[in-house]
Design a protein around this ligand. Sequence first.
Ligand code: G6D
Length: 343
Amino acid sequence: MKLTQRPFGDEALLFSMENDNGVTLEATNYGARIVNLFIPKDLGRKNIVLGFDSVEDYKKETYFGATIGRVAGRIKKGEFSLDEVLYKTSVNQSGNTLHGGKPGFDEKIWDFDINETDQSVSIIFSTNSPDGENGFPGNLEVSVTYTLDNLNNWSVRYQAKSDKDTIFNPTNHVYFNLTGHPSNPIDEHCLQIGSEEFAPVNAADTTVTGEKRGVFGTAYDFRTAKKLKSTFESDDIEVKKVQGIDHPFFLTSTGINHMAAKLISPDGKIKVEVYTEEPVIVVYTANFVEGVPLMHGEKLTQHGGITFETQAAPGAIEFDGFGDIILRSGENYTSQTKYKIYF
Ligand code: G6D
């Protein structure tokens, strides 16, 4: 295992973790974000995630690869009630709070620490979000640990504690494209998700409607692996609303040893499996890409990437059955997601 670091623009650093098989995961403390994930040199050193070459570009298009918080997804009208107190959060998209408002976790410069063992290497990013930041109650201490091991697992582990009752629902916003080219749409990738229900969204602003709908017979039935193309080309009303997928999928089984989702490259040679303790995966397929800076010299195409945002469902604070995102004062929050890479 090897860990190196180099400047990445502004005050940020880029950390490079390489395992004994030549898999390289690169992360920056700007947004505690994943920047690159290379498969080994003898396979063409493909970068299978989307990212930019410097912090400057991330400042234009901020969620790529980032840690998202305090609350991933949309909080309708930037308002929520907790124990009968109404809180107002920073509104940053169509009258709603998206991904924790502005500035979110994705724009912070995080502190860092490193942990190396024989078989794995970890970077621990940590930060404090002060009481009232973006309207959320409680001083929140949060850390995100990225670990790469010699079994080609990349894991993400969150830990947090607040000094007041609050809500907390972080995620990671990395996009995969297993062809290594953001200019290739993911149409020919196969996707499998262990989910029998998804949450429809409102066309106007992509907030969830509060309904849970069976996937059976819809374009969102990924219980067995199928090509994304068939979904993108379908007439399904939900697909039309968002021009692809931008929906929460409720997982039938969770836990770090249960595969929740799988993505397979068009040639079948590269696979990424997702394992998570979270109840939901929000899948977003880069439906709107206008104005995104070049990615290593290439233009990102519509459907040029796919996210697996493991979390409780957006709308959890509003709707029953959408998950519990209340973090009580002094309670330890932990959650883990793992991506297993095959090539
Ligand atoms: C998320 O669900 C959201 C999308 O709607 C958003 O546009 C994207 O992040 C940037 O996945």
